[in-house]
Ligand binder design. Structure first.
Ligand SMILES: Cc1ncc(COP(=O)(O)O)c(C=O)c1O
Length: 441
Protein backbone atom coordinates (compact mmCIF):
# COMPACT_ATOMS: atom_id res chain seq x y z
CA UNK A 1 0.00 0.00 0.00
CA UNK A 2 1.14 3.53 -0.74
CA UNK A 3 2.21 5.36 2.40
CA UNK A 4 -0.35 8.11 1.73
CA UNK A 5 -3.34 5.80 1.65
CA UNK A 6 -3.01 5.40 5.39
CA UNK A 7 -3.58 9.11 5.83
CA UNK A 8 -7.26 9.42 6.16
CA UNK A 9 -9.33 11.40 3.76
CA UNK A 10 -11.82 13.21 5.96
CA UNK A 11 -14.53 12.75 3.39
CA UNK A 12 -13.91 9.05 3.17
CA UNK A 13 -16.99 6.96 3.38
CA UNK A 14 -15.75 3.72 2.01
CA UNK A 15 -18.58 1.26 2.14
CA UNK A 16 -18.98 0.99 -1.61
CA UNK A 17 -15.30 0.28 -2.21
CA UNK A 18 -14.59 -1.38 1.11
CA UNK A 19 -13.25 -4.76 0.12
CA UNK A 20 -11.45 -7.32 2.18
CA UNK A 21 -8.36 -6.91 -0.01
CA UNK A 22 -8.38 -3.14 0.50
CA UNK A 23 -8.70 -3.52 4.26
CA UNK A 24 -6.03 -6.23 4.44
CA UNK A 25 -3.45 -3.70 3.32
CA UNK A 26 -4.13 -1.69 6.46
CA UNK A 27 -3.25 -4.71 8.56
CA UNK A 28 0.16 -5.27 6.99
CA UNK A 29 1.62 -1.81 7.67
CA UNK A 30 3.75 -1.52 10.82
CA UNK A 31 2.78 1.68 12.64
CA UNK A 32 5.19 3.55 14.88
CA UNK A 33 3.35 4.19 18.16
CA UNK A 34 6.11 6.16 19.86
CA UNK A 35 5.10 9.64 21.05
CA UNK A 36 1.42 8.69 20.91
CA UNK A 37 1.11 7.98 24.64
CA UNK A 38 0.63 4.26 23.93
CA UNK A 39 0.52 2.41 27.25
CA UNK A 40 1.56 -0.83 25.57
CA UNK A 41 4.93 0.71 24.63
CA UNK A 42 5.54 3.46 27.17
CA UNK A 43 5.03 1.29 30.28
CA UNK A 44 7.47 -1.44 29.24
CA UNK A 45 10.33 -0.48 31.54
CA UNK A 46 7.93 -0.09 34.44
CA UNK A 47 6.15 -3.41 33.89
CA UNK A 48 8.87 -5.67 32.54
CA UNK A 49 11.99 -4.06 33.98
CA UNK A 50 13.33 -3.31 30.51
CA UNK A 51 12.10 -1.12 27.67
CA UNK A 52 13.28 -3.34 24.82
CA UNK A 53 10.67 -6.11 25.05
CA UNK A 54 8.35 -6.52 22.07
CA UNK A 55 5.06 -5.46 23.69
CA UNK A 56 2.29 -7.99 23.08
CA UNK A 57 0.30 -7.48 26.26
CA UNK A 58 -2.51 -4.93 26.86
CA UNK A 59 -5.55 -5.60 24.67
CA UNK A 60 -5.41 -2.89 22.07
CA UNK A 61 -4.34 -3.31 18.48
CA UNK A 62 -1.13 -2.33 16.71
CA UNK A 63 -3.43 -2.07 13.69
CA UNK A 64 -5.06 1.16 12.58
CA UNK A 65 -8.39 2.36 13.85
CA UNK A 66 -10.63 2.16 10.76
CA UNK A 67 -10.25 5.19 8.46
CA UNK A 68 -14.01 5.77 8.32
CA UNK A 69 -14.01 6.30 12.10
CA UNK A 70 -11.00 8.61 11.99
CA UNK A 71 -12.75 10.51 9.18
CA UNK A 72 -15.91 10.91 11.26
CA UNK A 73 -13.86 12.29 14.15
CA UNK A 74 -12.02 14.65 11.83
CA UNK A 75 -15.31 15.87 10.36
CA UNK A 76 -16.58 16.63 13.85
CA UNK A 77 -13.40 18.55 14.61
CA UNK A 78 -14.14 20.83 11.67
CA UNK A 79 -16.85 22.33 13.87
CA UNK A 80 -15.28 25.02 16.07
CA UNK A 81 -17.23 24.23 19.25
CA UNK A 82 -16.79 21.13 21.39
CA UNK A 83 -19.43 21.89 23.98
CA UNK A 84 -21.81 19.75 26.08
CA UNK A 85 -23.29 17.02 23.94
CA UNK A 86 -26.38 14.99 24.72
CA UNK A 87 -27.09 11.32 24.20
CA UNK A 88 -29.06 11.38 20.96
CA UNK A 89 -31.72 8.96 19.76
CA UNK A 90 -29.40 8.29 16.82
CA UNK A 91 -26.67 7.09 19.15
CA UNK A 92 -29.06 4.71 20.91
CA UNK A 93 -30.37 3.49 17.54
CA UNK A 94 -26.79 2.67 16.50
CA UNK A 95 -26.44 0.30 19.47
CA UNK A 96 -29.89 -1.21 18.88
CA UNK A 97 -29.13 -1.86 15.18
CA UNK A 98 -25.68 -3.27 15.91
CA UNK A 99 -26.93 -5.73 18.51
CA UNK A 100 -29.71 -6.86 16.17
CA UNK A 101 -27.11 -8.71 14.03
CA UNK A 102 -26.83 -11.19 16.93
CA UNK A 103 -30.58 -11.62 17.28
CA UNK A 104 -30.45 -9.43 20.40
CA UNK A 105 -33.46 -7.12 20.52
CA UNK A 106 -32.51 -4.10 22.59
CA UNK A 107 -35.01 -1.56 23.85
CA UNK A 108 -33.28 1.84 23.55
CA UNK A 109 -34.74 2.71 26.96
CA UNK A 110 -32.65 -0.12 28.46
CA UNK A 111 -29.35 1.63 27.61
CA UNK A 112 -27.11 3.17 30.25
CA UNK A 113 -23.89 4.69 28.93
CA UNK A 114 -20.76 4.15 30.98
CA UNK A 115 -17.29 5.64 30.90
CA UNK A 116 -15.92 2.37 29.54
CA UNK A 117 -16.62 -1.32 30.06
CA UNK A 118 -14.39 -1.73 33.12
CA UNK A 119 -16.26 1.20 34.64
CA UNK A 120 -19.50 -0.64 33.82
CA UNK A 121 -18.27 -3.67 35.77
CA UNK A 122 -17.45 -1.55 38.81
CA UNK A 123 -20.79 0.28 38.61
CA UNK A 124 -22.65 -3.01 38.29
CA UNK A 125 -21.00 -4.37 41.43
CA UNK A 126 -21.88 -1.19 43.33
CA UNK A 127 -25.43 -1.09 42.00
CA UNK A 128 -26.38 -4.77 42.13
CA UNK A 129 -24.77 -6.05 45.32
CA UNK A 130 -24.21 -4.82 48.85
CA UNK A 131 -20.93 -4.36 50.76
CA UNK A 132 -19.83 -7.62 52.39
CA UNK A 133 -21.79 -9.81 49.96
CA UNK A 134 -20.21 -12.42 47.73
CA UNK A 135 -19.92 -11.91 43.97
CA UNK A 136 -19.16 -14.89 41.73
CA UNK A 137 -16.42 -14.89 39.10
CA UNK A 138 -14.88 -17.74 37.11
CA UNK A 139 -11.08 -17.54 36.95
CA UNK A 140 -8.93 -17.38 34.98
CA UNK A 141 -10.48 -13.98 34.34
CA UNK A 142 -9.66 -10.48 33.12
CA UNK A 143 -8.26 -8.81 36.30
CA UNK A 144 -10.84 -5.98 36.73
CA UNK A 145 -13.49 -8.61 37.45
CA UNK A 146 -11.74 -9.41 40.72
CA UNK A 147 -10.88 -5.74 41.34
CA UNK A 148 -14.48 -4.58 40.88
CA UNK A 149 -15.43 -6.88 43.75
CA UNK A 150 -12.55 -6.46 46.19
CA UNK A 151 -12.20 -2.70 45.73
CA UNK A 152 -15.87 -2.28 46.52
CA UNK A 153 -15.65 -4.25 49.76
CA UNK A 154 -17.46 -7.31 48.46
CA UNK A 155 -16.18 -10.89 48.74
CA UNK A 156 -14.79 -12.71 45.72
CA UNK A 157 -16.52 -16.06 45.30
CA UNK A 158 -14.28 -17.82 42.79
CA UNK A 159 -15.68 -20.77 40.87
CA UNK A 160 -12.78 -21.53 38.51
CA UNK A 161 -13.56 -22.73 35.02
CA UNK A 162 -12.76 -26.39 34.47
CA UNK A 163 -9.65 -26.75 32.34
CA UNK A 164 -9.53 -29.78 30.10
CA UNK A 165 -6.56 -30.02 27.79
CA UNK A 166 -7.47 -32.45 25.03
CA UNK A 167 -6.79 -36.15 25.56
CA UNK A 168 -4.08 -36.01 22.90
CA UNK A 169 -2.21 -33.43 24.88
CA UNK A 170 -2.37 -35.28 28.14
CA UNK A 171 -1.26 -38.60 26.70
CA UNK A 172 1.38 -37.13 24.45
CA UNK A 173 2.55 -33.69 25.54
CA UNK A 174 4.96 -33.56 22.62
CA UNK A 175 2.00 -33.55 20.22
CA UNK A 176 0.09 -30.98 22.15
CA UNK A 177 -0.45 -28.33 19.52
CA UNK A 178 -3.89 -29.51 18.63
CA UNK A 179 -5.86 -27.82 21.40
CA UNK A 180 -9.12 -26.30 20.33
CA UNK A 181 -10.52 -23.97 22.93
CA UNK A 182 -13.94 -25.60 22.56
CA UNK A 183 -12.71 -28.34 24.86
CA UNK A 184 -10.35 -26.19 26.90
CA UNK A 185 -12.55 -24.47 29.48
CA UNK A 186 -16.05 -25.23 30.72
CA UNK A 187 -18.34 -23.84 33.40
CA UNK A 188 -18.18 -25.73 36.69
CA UNK A 189 -21.95 -26.05 36.94
CA UNK A 190 -21.88 -27.93 40.24
CA UNK A 191 -19.58 -25.30 41.76
CA UNK A 192 -21.80 -22.52 40.41
CA UNK A 193 -24.94 -24.14 41.82
CA UNK A 194 -23.28 -24.25 45.23
CA UNK A 195 -22.10 -20.63 45.03
CA UNK A 196 -25.46 -19.34 43.75
CA UNK A 197 -27.22 -21.09 46.63
CA UNK A 198 -25.34 -19.01 49.19
CA UNK A 199 -27.50 -16.46 51.01
CA UNK A 200 -24.91 -13.74 50.53
CA UNK A 201 -24.61 -14.18 46.74
CA UNK A 202 -26.88 -12.34 44.32
CA UNK A 203 -24.49 -11.40 41.52
CA UNK A 204 -22.22 -13.21 39.04
CA UNK A 205 -19.85 -11.59 36.53
CA UNK A 206 -19.50 -13.47 33.24
CA UNK A 207 -17.05 -12.82 30.40
CA UNK A 208 -18.80 -13.75 27.12
CA UNK A 209 -16.69 -14.45 25.07
CA UNK A 210 -14.07 -15.23 27.66
CA UNK A 211 -10.85 -13.33 28.23
CA UNK A 212 -8.19 -14.83 28.49
CA UNK A 213 -9.08 -18.18 26.86
CA UNK A 214 -11.10 -16.86 23.93
CA UNK A 215 -13.88 -19.35 24.63
CA UNK A 216 -17.17 -18.49 22.96
CA UNK A 217 -19.84 -19.88 25.23
CA UNK A 218 -22.41 -21.82 23.24
CA UNK A 219 -26.11 -21.16 23.48
CA UNK A 220 -26.51 -24.43 25.38
CA UNK A 221 -23.78 -23.55 27.90
CA UNK A 222 -25.24 -20.10 28.45
CA UNK A 223 -28.70 -21.61 28.91
CA UNK A 224 -27.37 -23.89 31.65
CA UNK A 225 -25.77 -20.95 33.43
CA UNK A 226 -28.90 -18.83 33.06
CA UNK A 227 -31.10 -21.63 34.38
CA UNK A 228 -29.03 -21.76 37.56
CA UNK A 229 -29.09 -17.97 37.90
CA UNK A 230 -32.86 -17.85 37.50
CA UNK A 231 -33.34 -20.68 39.97
CA UNK A 232 -31.32 -18.84 42.63
CA UNK A 233 -32.27 -15.30 41.60
CA UNK A 234 -28.67 -14.36 40.85
CA UNK A 235 -28.17 -11.41 38.50
CA UNK A 236 -25.77 -12.08 35.63
CA UNK A 237 -23.53 -9.31 34.33
CA UNK A 238 -22.29 -10.34 30.90
CA UNK A 239 -19.22 -8.51 29.60
CA UNK A 240 -19.50 -8.92 25.82
CA UNK A 241 -16.78 -6.53 24.68
CA UNK A 242 -15.06 -9.30 22.67
CA UNK A 243 -18.32 -10.54 21.12
CA UNK A 244 -17.91 -8.71 17.80
CA UNK A 245 -14.59 -10.43 17.25
CA UNK A 246 -16.04 -13.93 17.41
CA UNK A 247 -13.99 -15.86 14.89
CA UNK A 248 -15.80 -17.84 12.20
CA UNK A 249 -17.29 -20.42 12.25
CA UNK A 250 -18.14 -19.62 15.90
CA UNK A 251 -21.09 -17.36 16.63
CA UNK A 252 -21.54 -14.78 19.35
CA UNK A 253 -24.60 -15.40 21.49
CA UNK A 254 -25.51 -12.45 23.72
CA UNK A 255 -26.61 -13.93 27.02
CA UNK A 256 -29.69 -11.69 27.22
CA UNK A 257 -30.85 -12.86 23.80
CA UNK A 258 -31.68 -16.31 25.19
CA UNK A 259 -35.19 -15.42 26.37
CA UNK A 260 -37.14 -12.52 27.88
CA UNK A 261 -36.71 -14.11 31.33
CA UNK A 262 -32.92 -14.26 30.91
CA UNK A 263 -32.89 -10.68 29.61
CA UNK A 264 -34.63 -9.59 32.83
CA UNK A 265 -31.93 -11.34 34.85
CA UNK A 266 -28.98 -9.96 32.82
CA UNK A 267 -27.04 -6.75 32.48
CA UNK A 268 -24.99 -6.73 29.27
CA UNK A 269 -21.85 -4.62 29.03
CA UNK A 270 -20.27 -3.78 25.70
CA UNK A 271 -18.40 -1.28 23.57
CA UNK A 272 -16.91 -0.87 20.09
CA UNK A 273 -13.58 -0.24 21.84
CA UNK A 274 -11.89 -3.63 21.27
CA UNK A 275 -13.19 -4.29 17.77
CA UNK A 276 -12.32 -0.90 16.33
CA UNK A 277 -9.27 -0.05 18.45
CA UNK A 278 -10.87 2.88 20.27
CA UNK A 279 -9.81 2.19 23.86
CA UNK A 280 -8.26 5.65 24.27
CA UNK A 281 -11.64 7.29 23.66
CA UNK A 282 -13.31 5.51 26.60
CA UNK A 283 -16.60 4.07 25.36
CA UNK A 284 -18.97 1.75 27.15
CA UNK A 285 -22.60 0.96 27.60
CA UNK A 286 -24.81 -1.29 29.68
CA UNK A 287 -28.07 -2.84 28.53
CA UNK A 288 -30.42 -3.50 31.43
CA UNK A 289 -33.87 -4.67 30.36
CA UNK A 290 -34.95 -4.99 33.99
CA UNK A 291 -36.01 -1.51 35.18
CA UNK A 292 -34.93 -2.26 38.76
CA UNK A 293 -31.39 -3.10 37.63
CA UNK A 294 -31.35 -0.16 35.24
CA UNK A 295 -32.45 2.25 37.93
CA UNK A 296 -29.80 0.91 40.31
CA UNK A 297 -27.13 1.39 37.63
CA UNK A 298 -28.33 4.91 36.92
CA UNK A 299 -28.23 5.79 40.61
CA UNK A 300 -24.68 4.40 40.95
CA UNK A 301 -23.61 6.31 37.82
CA UNK A 302 -25.22 9.52 39.01
CA UNK A 303 -23.34 9.30 42.34
CA UNK A 304 -20.12 9.92 40.44
CA UNK A 305 -21.80 11.85 37.63
CA UNK A 306 -20.57 9.58 34.87
CA UNK A 307 -23.74 8.95 32.92
CA UNK A 308 -22.94 9.98 29.36
CA UNK A 309 -20.33 9.27 26.75
CA UNK A 310 -17.87 11.97 25.80
CA UNK A 311 -18.36 13.69 22.46
CA UNK A 312 -15.69 11.74 20.56
CA UNK A 313 -16.87 8.44 21.96
CA UNK A 314 -20.34 9.22 20.59
CA UNK A 315 -19.02 10.12 17.15
CA UNK A 316 -16.80 7.03 17.02
CA UNK A 317 -19.55 4.67 18.17
CA UNK A 318 -21.93 5.89 15.49
CA UNK A 319 -19.26 5.55 12.80
CA UNK A 320 -18.25 2.09 14.00
CA UNK A 321 -21.69 0.54 14.32
CA UNK A 322 -22.40 0.63 10.59
CA UNK A 323 -22.19 -1.65 7.56
CA UNK A 324 -18.62 -0.40 7.05
CA UNK A 325 -17.91 -1.49 10.59
CA UNK A 326 -19.17 -5.00 9.88
CA UNK A 327 -17.01 -5.32 6.76
CA UNK A 328 -13.95 -4.08 8.64
CA UNK A 329 -14.66 -6.42 11.55
CA UNK A 330 -14.98 -9.45 9.25
CA UNK A 331 -11.66 -8.66 7.57
CA UNK A 332 -10.03 -8.18 10.96
CA UNK A 333 -11.26 -11.60 12.09
CA UNK A 334 -9.61 -13.17 9.03
CA UNK A 335 -6.37 -11.38 9.86
CA UNK A 336 -6.52 -12.61 13.44
CA UNK A 337 -7.17 -16.19 12.31
CA UNK A 338 -4.13 -16.03 10.03
CA UNK A 339 -1.97 -14.70 12.88
CA UNK A 340 -3.17 -17.43 15.25
CA UNK A 341 -2.38 -20.09 12.63
CA UNK A 342 1.10 -18.62 12.18
CA UNK A 343 1.81 -18.60 15.92
CA UNK A 344 0.63 -22.19 16.25
CA UNK A 345 2.81 -23.27 13.36
CA UNK A 346 5.85 -21.53 14.87
CA UNK A 347 5.31 -23.03 18.31
CA UNK A 348 4.65 -26.48 16.84
CA UNK A 349 8.10 -26.27 15.26
CA UNK A 350 9.88 -24.66 18.19
CA UNK A 351 8.31 -26.34 21.17
CA UNK A 352 5.22 -28.49 20.63
CA UNK A 353 4.84 -29.01 24.38
CA UNK A 354 3.47 -25.47 24.73
CA UNK A 355 -0.31 -25.77 24.66
CA UNK A 356 -1.89 -23.12 22.45
CA UNK A 357 -5.49 -22.56 23.43
CA UNK A 358 -7.13 -21.79 20.09
CA UNK A 359 -9.30 -18.70 20.66
CA UNK A 360 -12.84 -18.83 19.33
CA UNK A 361 -13.01 -15.06 19.68
CA UNK A 362 -10.66 -12.08 19.68
CA UNK A 363 -6.95 -11.63 19.27
CA UNK A 364 -5.68 -12.76 22.66
CA UNK A 365 -4.08 -16.19 22.83
CA UNK A 366 -3.74 -18.08 26.11
CA UNK A 367 -0.60 -20.16 26.18
CA UNK A 368 -0.08 -23.02 28.62
CA UNK A 369 3.60 -23.57 29.40
CA UNK A 370 2.92 -25.99 32.27
CA UNK A 371 4.21 -29.05 30.39
CA UNK A 372 7.63 -27.32 30.45
CA UNK A 373 7.70 -27.03 34.24
CA UNK A 374 9.95 -28.04 35.89
CA UNK A 375 11.94 -29.63 33.03
CA UNK A 376 12.65 -26.31 31.29
CA UNK A 377 11.47 -23.72 33.80
CA UNK A 378 11.80 -24.25 37.54
CA UNK A 379 8.59 -22.33 38.20
CA UNK A 380 6.31 -19.58 36.91
CA UNK A 381 8.79 -16.84 37.85
CA UNK A 382 11.51 -18.56 35.82
CA UNK A 383 9.16 -18.76 32.83
CA UNK A 384 8.33 -15.07 33.15
CA UNK A 385 12.02 -14.13 33.44
CA UNK A 386 12.85 -16.24 30.37
CA UNK A 387 10.15 -14.59 28.29
CA UNK A 388 11.31 -11.12 29.28
CA UNK A 389 15.07 -11.55 29.27
CA UNK A 390 15.69 -14.32 26.73
CA UNK A 391 12.75 -14.01 24.34
CA UNK A 392 12.40 -10.27 25.03
CA UNK A 393 8.63 -10.49 24.84
CA UNK A 394 6.25 -8.44 26.98
CA UNK A 395 3.21 -10.71 27.48
CA UNK A 396 0.45 -10.70 30.10
CA UNK A 397 1.44 -12.73 33.13
CA UNK A 398 -1.00 -15.62 33.58
CA UNK A 399 -1.03 -15.12 37.34
CA UNK A 400 -2.79 -11.77 36.96
CA UNK A 401 -5.88 -13.78 35.89
CA UNK A 402 -5.89 -15.67 39.19
CA UNK A 403 -3.93 -18.53 40.76
CA UNK A 404 -5.20 -20.86 38.04
CA UNK A 405 -3.14 -18.82 35.59
CA UNK A 406 0.02 -20.44 36.98
CA UNK A 407 2.22 -21.47 34.04
CA UNK A 408 0.12 -19.51 31.52
CA UNK A 409 0.86 -16.37 29.52
CA UNK A 410 -1.39 -14.30 27.25
CA UNK A 411 -0.15 -12.95 23.93
CA UNK A 412 -1.84 -10.23 21.87
CA UNK A 413 -1.95 -11.01 18.14
CA UNK A 414 -3.62 -7.81 16.90
CA UNK A 415 -0.40 -6.97 15.11
CA UNK A 416 0.89 -6.75 11.55
CA UNK A 417 2.56 -9.93 10.25
CA UNK A 418 6.03 -8.36 10.60
CA UNK A 419 5.56 -7.96 14.37
CA UNK A 420 4.46 -11.56 14.68
CA UNK A 421 7.46 -12.73 12.66
CA UNK A 422 9.70 -10.72 14.98
CA UNK A 423 8.10 -12.42 17.99
CA UNK A 424 8.55 -15.86 16.41
CA UNK A 425 12.17 -15.13 15.61
CA UNK A 426 12.84 -13.98 19.20
CA UNK A 427 11.18 -17.13 20.51
CA UNK A 428 13.27 -19.25 18.15
CA UNK A 429 16.43 -17.67 19.44
CA UNK A 430 15.38 -18.00 23.07
CA UNK A 431 14.34 -21.63 22.74
CA UNK A 432 17.72 -22.25 21.12
CA UNK A 433 19.53 -20.68 24.06
CA UNK A 434 17.41 -22.56 26.60
CA UNK A 435 17.90 -25.89 24.89
CA UNK A 436 21.65 -25.32 24.67
CA UNK A 437 21.72 -24.54 28.36
CA UNK A 438 19.76 -27.68 29.12
CA UNK A 439 22.06 -29.80 26.97
CA UNK A 440 25.09 -28.36 28.75
CA UNK A 441 23.70 -29.06 32.20
C1 LIG B 1 -13.32 -8.65 29.02
C2 LIG B 1 -12.91 -7.22 29.01
N1 LIG B 1 -13.72 -6.31 29.54
C3 LIG B 1 -13.39 -5.00 29.57
C4 LIG B 1 -12.20 -4.57 29.03
C5 LIG B 1 -11.83 -3.13 29.12
O1 LIG B 1 -12.71 -2.37 28.36
P1 LIG B 1 -12.68 -0.80 28.51
O2 LIG B 1 -11.40 -0.32 27.93
O3 LIG B 1 -13.88 -0.35 27.74
O4 LIG B 1 -12.79 -0.52 29.97
C6 LIG B 1 -11.31 -5.49 28.46
C7 LIG B 1 -10.02 -5.06 27.95
O5 LIG B 1 -9.14 -5.83 27.68
C8 LIG B 1 -11.69 -6.85 28.46
O6 LIG B 1 -10.90 -7.78 27.92
Amino acid sequence: MEEESLTTDINAGISAELSAAYIRDFFTQPIDRSDSGAEKYDLRAHLFGRADVLPMWVADQDLPTPPFIIAALQRRLMHPILGYTHTSDRLCASVVNWQAQYGYEVDPAALVFTHNVANGLFLAVQALSRPGEGVVIMPPIYPPFEQAISRNDRQVVAVPLLYQPSVDQLSNPQASQATDSSDSYRFDLAGLAQAFARDDVSLCLLCNPHNPSGRVWSRAELAQLAELALAHDVILVSDEIHGDLTLPPNQHCPLASLSPAVAQQTVTLSSPGKTFNLAGLQIGYAIAANPVHRNALQVAASRVKIDELNLFAMVALEAAYTDDGKIWRDALCQHILANIARLRQALAELCPAVRVIQPQASYLVWLDFNPLTPSQFADHAALQAWLINDAKLGLNNGLSYGEVGQGFMRINLAVPPSTLEQACSQLRQAFGITLTRTDDD
